[in-house]
Structures are given as structure tokens and as C-alpha cells.
Design a binder for this molecule. Structure first.
Ligand code: 13P
Length: 251
């Protein structure tokens, strides 16, 4: 059985005060989440604050991005070892906002994935198609290409130590969620693709759904056979909503 993972991607949101209230609010209701692992991915600058607040709690810490180099002259970037140093377990790589707004390629994403693993982090690898790609009926091709670049660099077994997040770009921050059937179709495609290379890896890897997931739609998405959790944007900024999504994964 794969344990569900519900991870909050706070994106470029928060302040010292609002983050304190958010973490305290989630911690206060955490007993009601019985099955899922919960994780929080704040902006880099708030990682130490959140790490301190999460000490002794079961909530995991993650970062939203990472550089692919270990150290050196990369002004403004954050190295994988810095993230483990500060207590991160997870790091998101290849989020569609990195790919589309900052032009990050499949190859750069794969290189970040490799660097994250080398430093002992668990990468949360984001894949997903744009609306245009869905309308062209090439969702499978796009997702396969994004996965294949990582597999070519790191091998299939590396995927077994990572988490995959399927985030249809057209569903992110738009209020348009993929229907459970639409999401399940792509999740099953991903697992099937991995199974063709290594059935143990396919069986083990958690595949999260991301894109306007909220307390109203979480239960039916999480009930699908190949949806093992969520990567939550907007709803992860509200303690009650984030907890409600966590509870939707209760066994
Ligand atoms: P929303 O939940 O705000 O649509 O964001 C999803 C996302 O991009 C998580 O990484």
C-alpha cells in the first residue's frame, strides 16, 4: 500500500506572521489526519522558521525548487545540500511555473532531480500538459517526454525513490480541476509506463494530483486507484482547507 502524501506548495506567498498562523493552525488539527503524510513547502526564506516550528511534529518540510549544482558562483540560487542542512525532506522539481515562466527545460529539470537525490532529498517531480497540448490530444506524449528525460539521466530505479506529481497546467490556480476520471487516466498512463520498465518501481511510487484541489473535490480524486495524494497550491494556505484535504485521504 502506498501511503498518501498531501503536500502544500505555498508558492510565493506568506509573511513571518501569516506563516506562523498557518503552521500553528495545521498543527492544531493534525490529529484528525490519520493516514496521509502532510508536507509543507514554503518559500526559501521561510524554511528555517517553518523547520523550527515543525520540530517534533509529523509534518515534513520541502522546498519549491533547487539548483542542480553543489555550490559555487550561482548568484541567487540555492544548493541541494543547503536544503538538507535546513531539514528539508522533499523538493519540488520541474513545477510548470518554473518550466513556463522561467523557461526551464526537461534537461535542467532532470539535472535538478539528480542533484536533489544525490544530496539525500526526495524530489517531487512535476509533469503535466498545457491546455493547448490537451486539445491537441498529446497529453501522453508530453508527460512521457518529461518522465523519459529524467529516466534517461537517472535510470528507472531512481523514480522509485521519488514522488511524481501530475499537474495539468490548465487546472493550476484556475479553479478548473481535472475530473477524477481525467486525472486517473493520466495517473494510470504514468504508472503503466513505469511498469513497462520496472513493475516494483511502478507499484511503489506515489503519484500526486495537483491543480485546484480543494476540500470539495479532494475525496473523489483521492478515491481513484492511482491517485496517491495531492500537491496543493491555494488551498494549502488555509489551515482548515489543507487539513480537510488531509482528512479526505483518511483510510
Ligand atoms: P492550485 O492548487 O492553486 O491550483 O496550485 C496547484 C499547484 O500548482 C501545486 O503545485
Amino acid at each position: 500500500m502506498r501511503q498518501p502524501l498531501v503536500a502544500g506548495n505555498w508558492k510565493m506567498n506568506g509573511s513571518l506572521d501569516s506563516i506562523k498562523a498557518l503552521v500553528e493552525g495545521v498543527k492544531a488539527g493534525l490529529d484528525s489526519v490519520t493516514t496521509a503524510e502532510m508536507a509543507m513547502c514554503p518559500s526559501f526564506v521561510y524554511l528555517p522558521q517553518v523547520a523550527a516550528m515543525l520540530e517534533g511534529s509529523s509534518i515534513s518540510l520541502g522546498a519549491q525548487d533547487v539548483n542542480d549544482q553543489e555550490s559555487g558562483a550561482h548568484t541567487g540560487e540555492v544548493a541541494p545540500g543547503m536544503l538538507t542542512d535546513i531539514g528539508c525532506k522533499y523538493v519540488i522539481v520541474g513545477h510548470s511555473e518554473r518550466r513556463s515562466i522561467y523557461g526551464e527545460s526537461d534537461e535542467f529539470t532532470a539535472s535538478k532531480f539528480a542533484a536533489a537525490r544525490k544530496a539525500g532529498l526526495v524530489p517531487i517531480l512535476c509533469v503535466g500538459e498545457t491546455l493547448e497540448e490537451r486539445e491537441q490530444d498529446i497529453t501522453g506524449q508530453v508527460v512521457a517526454r518529461q518522465l523519459d528525460t529524467v529516466i534517461a539521466l537517472e535510470g528507472i530505479s531512481a523514480i522509485g525513490d521519488a514522488v511524481i506529481a501530475y499537474e495539468p497546467v490548465w487546472a493550476i490556480g484556475t479553479g478548473k480541476t481535472a475530473t477524477p476520471d481525467q486525472a486517473q487516466e493520466v495517473h494510470a498512463f504514468i504508472r503503466g509506463k513505469l511498469a513497462a520498465l520496472d513493475s516494483n518501481v511502478a507499484e511503489r511510487v506515489q503519484i500526486l494530483y495537483g491543480g485546484s484541489m480543494n476540500p470539495g473535490n479532494a475525496a473523489e480524486l483521492l478515491a481513484m486507484a492511482d491517485i496517491d495524494g495531492g500537491l496543493i497550491g491555494g488551498a494549502s494556505l488555509k489551515p482548515d482547507d489543507f487539513l480537510a484535504i488531509g482528512r479526505a485521504a483518511n483510510a
